[in-house]
Design a binder for this molecule. Structure first.
Ligand code: ADP
Ligand code: ZN
Length: 804
C-alpha cells in the first residue's frame, strides 16, 4: 500500500496537521520530516510532513506543491523526539515543532530557484522560465517568478529540478539589513571625587543619573540604549559631554560577538580525576547518561572538551548546552579554542538567515559541534555521539511556554533514540538528577579543585547582631563586609557582590497607613527604579511615576523597602569613591551583548567591584576575584515554592565558587538574618551532598519531587469568578478520572496561584502528585481540553520548576 496522503504541520498557532494529497510526480520524495510547499488559505507556506497515510480523511484535498530539499530537514530521530514531547507534555505537535525547527526555516520562508551551469534547451513554459531566470542573473524566489508569469510554476520548477537544470533552496524572509556601527557614550577624564560630584551635579540631577548609569554599564553604553531604554534626552547627553565627563564615539555594532572573540586553548593534560571521569564517560553504553558532579573549579569543562574530542575522533558530532549563552562567554571561547570552525554557536543574536546556515552546516555534517542554550538540544547534528548539559540544575533549561519541556528530559530521549551519550554537569545538581543516579544515570565525581586549591572559606554575618557601618542608609552594611572590601581594593584585587533583587527598592510603602504600591494588573508590588525614576512591575512592565504622597491617606512621606541593586550601587559609589564599579542585572544588560562588555571589562581588570543579581553567579572564572560578598542571602529563602531552599543553596554555592579560583585564594562573606537555615549552613560548608540529603528528606512529607512527580494545571483569564469556576470543574474532573481508573494520584486544589494575577489575568491551579506514568494518562486526557474556552486558557505544566 503506497502512501498517497501526507499530514503536514505548519508553524501556525494551535495548528493541528493538515492532510494533503501527494502528487504522482513528487511521490518518492515526500517523506516524514521533509519540508513541503503547501497551499493554505490562498497562501503558499512551507510545512513539515509528520506522517504519511494511505487513507484520505476526506475528499477534496489540496495537493503538495513542491519538495524543495534533497533530504528531509528533520531527521527521523528529531521528529520522534518532537512526537515524544507532544505526548509527554500534552502539547499539539504543530506547536511542538515550532520549538524544534527555528522560525525562518518554514512557514513564510521562500523557495529560491537557481539555474545550474550548463546549457539548457527546453521548449514551452519551461524554456520561458529558464530564459526569464537567465535575465534575472540566474535566480529568483519561485513566487516572484509566478507573479511575473501570472500563473503557478511549481510543476515546471519541480520538473526542471528533477532533470537537474535548477536547484531549489529554502531561504528565510529578508531580515533587516545590517547596521554596521552605532553611536556610543563613554566616561572621560578623571573620575570626580564624591565632593566634586556633589558640587558639580547639584543642579544637574539628570546628568548625575546619566553619569552613574554609564558607570554601572561598565563605562560605556550605546546612545540608543541610553535614550530608548533609560530615557535620557539629547540635552542631558550633550550637557555631560560639554562638561568633559563623557565623550561620544562610534563602535562597531556587534552581530556575532563569538566570531571575533578570543579563543582559549584548553590545558594540555587532564588531572587523574578528570582522566577517570573521561574513561567513565567513554564506558557508558550508547543511549545512557551520567552526572558529572564536580565542585566549582574542579575542571568540569575540560572533561566536556575531552569527551567531545573523542566523539569527533570517531567521526560523530556533539551538542553542548549552556544555561544562557550571553552569560557564558568563557565556556564558549573554550569550545571555540578547542574545535575552531567545527563549532556552530547558536545564540539569539543570529539572524534567521545565519541560523538557517548553521542548521544546514550541522545537518550536512560540515560542522560537528553545536553550542547553545535550551533550544540547541534540537540542533540537527548528524551522527550524534554526545549531548553535554552544563549546569544541569539551572531553571532556564525549562521552557516557559507550550511545550513546557525540560531540556534535560528531552536530551535524554534524543540521546536514547540516537544511541548518543548524555553528560550532565553541575557542582550543585538538582535533586531530580541526583535521585536518578540511583537508577538510570551514572555518577562521576570531581571532588577537588584543580591544583588542590582549597574551597574559599565562607563566613556568615548575622545581620541581627553584627556591628554595622553608619551612614549607609537602608543598606544593611556590616563592618565585616566593609573591611573585607576595603582591603580587597587596597590589594588591587576584585570583588563580586551578589544582591538578587534588581531595581532601587523592592517596594514603596506609606509609613503611616501601611499602603503598598501594587501593580494594577498583577498581584505583586511595584519595584522602585531610579535612572529612570519610576515604579515598575517586573512581571508585566507596567510603569508609573514615583508618587509624592500616599494615595490612601495623602501622607507626604513614602518609605522604600527592600534594597535593590541600584540603591546598593549608589551607596557603594559614595562609600568607595575610588573603586571602579559596574552593575550587572536585567536593567544594565537589556541590549544584546552588554553582558559580554561588562564581563570583558572585569576580565581586563577595568572593574574593581561587580555588583549583580544571580547573573554574576554563573560559570565565571576570574582568578583575580578574591572576595565574594552576598549582600542579602535571604531574598529568595521564603518564597512560597517548594524549590526556594534548593534555589538559595544553588545560588550561594555557585557564587561562593567564583571566589579563590586563582593562586591568590579568596573568601566569601554572607550577610543574612537566617544563619541557621540548612541551605545557608550547607552552602557555607561547601557541602552539596549534605544539602541534598537533608533537602531530600524534607521532600518526603509532604511529598514533592523527587519523591513524586508533579503536573500543574493552570487556568487563567480576565474574569476571576469564571477562572475559579473552571478550576473547580477541572479539579472535579481530575478527581473523577482518578477514581474511575484508580490512579495513584492526589489532586490538590483548586487554589489561587501564589501570584494570583499577572497581566490582568487571574490564575488558579490544580496540582497533581503521583508517579509519572499515571500522571501521563491524565495529561493525555487533559490535552483534549486545551481548546480555549472563551478567554480562559488552560496550561499544562508537567514537571514544573516553580509553582508561583
Ligand atoms: P568548573 O567548570 O568545574 O567550575 P573549570 O572547568 O572552569 O571548572 O576549571 C577551573 C579552572 O581550572 C580553569 O581556569 C581551567 O582552565 C583550569 N583547569 C581545568 N583543568 C585543568 C588541568 N587539567 N590542568 C590545569 N588547569 C586546569
Ligand atoms: Zn504588572
Amino acid at each position: 500500500m503506497t502512501a498517497r496522503f501526507a499530514l503536514v504541520a505548519l508553524p501556525l498557532p494551535l495548528a493541528t496537521p493538515y492532510t494533503y494529497r501527494i502528487p504522482e510526480a513528487l511521490g518518492d520524495r515526500v517523506a516524514a520530516g521533509a519540508r513541503v510547499v503547501v497551499p493554505v488559505r490562498r497562501r503558499e507556506l512551507i510545512g513539515v510532513v509528520v506522517r504519511l497515510d494511505s487513507e484520505p480523511p476526506s475528499q477534496n484535498l489540496k495537493e503538495i506543491l513542491a519538495v524543495p530539499d534533497p533530504e528531509p530537514a528533520l531527521s527521523p530521530a528529531l521528529l520522534a523526539t518532537a512526537e515524544w514531547m507532544a505526548g509527554y507534555y500534552g502539547a499539539p505537535l504543530g506547536l511542538t515543532l515550532k520549538s524544534v525547527l527555528p522560525a525562518g526555516m518554514w512557514g513564510e520562508s521562500q523557495v529560491i530557484v537557481s539555474l545550474r551551469n550548463g546549457s539548457h534547451s527546453f521548449g514551452g513554459l519551461a524554456g520561458e522560465v529558464v530564459a526569464w531566470l537567465e535575465q534575472r542573473g540566474g535566480e529568483s524566489p519561485v513566487q516572484t517568478a509566478a507573479r511575473a508569469f501570472h500563473r503557478p510554476l511549481w510543476e515546471v520548477v519541480e520538473r526542471l529540478s528533477r532533470v537537474q537544470a535548477v536547484t531549489l533552496r529554502v531561504q528565510p524572509p529578508d531580515t533587516d539589513a545590517a547596521r554596521l556601527t552605532e553611536r556610543t557614550l563613554a566616561l572621560a577624564g578623571e573620575r570626580p571625587t564624591l565632593i566634586e560630584r556633589n558640587a558639580w551635579f547639584k543642579r544637574r540631577p539628570r546628568q548625575r543619573q546619566l553619569y552613574e548609569a554609564l558607570e554601572s554599564l561598565g563605562g560605556r553604553a550605546s546612545m540608543r540604549h541610553l535614550s530608548e531604554q533609560l530615557g535620557f534626552t539629547d540635552a542631558v547627553v550633550r550637557g555631560l559631554i560639554k562638561s568633559g565627563l563623557a565623550r561620544a564615539g562610534e563602535a562597531e555594532l556587534v552581530r556575532d560577538p563569538f566570531a571575533g572573540s578570543p579563543t582559549v586553548s584548553p590545558p594540555p593534560t587532564l588531572t587523574p580525576d578528570q582522566e577517570t571521569a573521561l574513561t567513565q564517560v567513554e564506558a557508558l553504553p550508547g543511549g545512557a547518561g551520567a552526572l558529572l558532579f564536580g565542585v566549582t573549579g574542579s575542571g568540569k569543562t575540560l572533561v566536556y572538551l575531552a569527551a567531545v574530542r573523542r566523539v569527533l575522533e570517531r567521526g560523530q558530532g556533539a551538542i553542548v548546552l549552556v544555561p544562557e549563552i550571553g552569560l557564558t562567554p568563557q565556556t564558549v571561547s573554550r569550545f571555540r579554542g578547542a574545535f575552531g570552525d567545527n563549532v556552530a554557536v547558536l545564540h539569539s543574536g543570529l539572524s534567521d538567515g545565519e541560523r538557517a546556515d548553521a542548521w544546514r552546516l550541522l545537518r550536512r555534517g560540515d560542522r560537528r559541534v553545536a553550542v547553545g542554550a535550551r533550544s540547541a538540544v534540537f540542533a540537527p547534528v548528524s551522527n550524534l555521539g554526545l549531548i553535554v548539559i552544563d549546569e544541569e540544575h539551572e531553571a532556564s533549561y525549562k521552557n516557559g511556554e507550550t511545550p513546557r519541556y525540560h531540556t534535560r528530559d528531552v536530551a535524554a530521549v534524543r540521546a536514547r533514540l540516537e544511541g548518543a551519550r548524555l553528560l550532565l554537569g553541575s557542582a550543585t545538581p538538582s535533586l531530580e538528577t541526583v535521585a536518578r543516579t540511583e537508577s538510570e544515570l551514572g555518577l562521576l565525581r570531581l571532588p577537588e579543585r584543580i591544583g588542590s586549591r582549597p574551597m574559599p572559606p565562607v563566613e556568615m554575618v548575622d545581620l541581627r547582631a553584627a556591628p554595622k557601618v553608619e551612614g549607609t542608609g537602608p543598606v544593611a552594611w556590616s563592618v565585616a563586609l566593609d573591611s573585607a572590601i576595603t582591603s580587597t581594593l587596597a590589594r588591587g584585587e576584585q570583588a563580586l557582590l551578589l544582591l538578587n533583587r534588581r531595581g532601587y527598592a523592592a517596594f514603596l510603602q506609606c509609613p503611616d497607613c501601611g499602603e503598598v504600591w501594587q501593580c494594577p494588573r498583577c498581584s505583586i508590588s511595584l519595584t522602585v527604579h531610579q535612572t529612570p525614576a519610576a515604579l515598575r512591575c517586573h512581571y508585566c512592565g507596567h510603569e508609573e511615576p514615583l508618587p509624592f504622597t500616599c494615595r490612601v491617606c495623602a501622607n507626604p512621606v513614602q518609605q522604600m523597602r527592600g534594597v535593590g541593586t541600584q540603591q546598593l550601587e549608589r551607596m557603594l559609589v559614595e562609600r568607595y569613591p575610588d573603586a571602579r564599579i559596574a552593575r550587572m542585572d536585567l536593567d544594565t544588560t537589556s541590549t544584546k551583548w552588554s553582558h559580554q562588555r561588562i564581563l570583558a571589562a572585569v576580565e581586563k581588570g577595568d572593574i574593581d567591584l561587580l555588583i549583580g543579581t544571580q547573573m554574576i553567579a554563573k560559570g565565571l572564572d576570574f582568578p583575580n576575584v578574591t572576595l565574594v560578598g552576598v549582600v542579602d542571602a535571604d531574598t529568595g529563602l521564603y518564597l512560597p515554592d517548594f524549590r526556594s531552599a534548593e534555589r538559595t543553596f544553588q545560588l550561594l554555592a555557585q557564587v561562593a565558587g567564583r571566589a579563590g579560583r586563582g593562586a591568590k585564594g579568596g573568601r566569601v562573606l554572607v550577610q543574612t538574618r537566617h544563619p541557621g537555615h540548612h541551605a545557608l549552613v550547607r552552602a557555607a560548608q561547601h557541602d552539596a551532598v549534605g544539602f541534598l540529603d537533608e533537602e531530600r528528606a524534607l521532600r518526603e512529607v509532604p511529598p514533592y519531587p523527587p519523591a513524586v512527580h508533579l503536573v500543574n494545571l493552570l487556568y487563567s483569564g480576565s474574569d476571576e469568578r469564571e477562572v475559579g469556576r473552571k478550576a473547580a470543574g477541572l479539579a472535579d474532573w481530575c478527581n473523577s478520572l482518578v477514581a474511575r481508573y484508580q490512579l495513584p494520584i492526589s489532586v490538590l486544589g483548586p487554589a489561587p496561584c501564589p501570584l494570583v494575577r499577572i497581566k490582568d489575568r487571574w490564575r488558579w491551579h490544580v496540582l497533581l502528585k503521583g508517579p509519572s506514568t499515571a500522571l501521563g494518562r491524565v495529561v493525555r486526557y487533559a490535552a483534549r481540553r486545551l481548546k480555549r474556552e472563551g478567554n480562559v486558557r488552560l496550561v499544562i505544566d508537567r514537571d514544573p520548576v516553580s509553582l508561583l
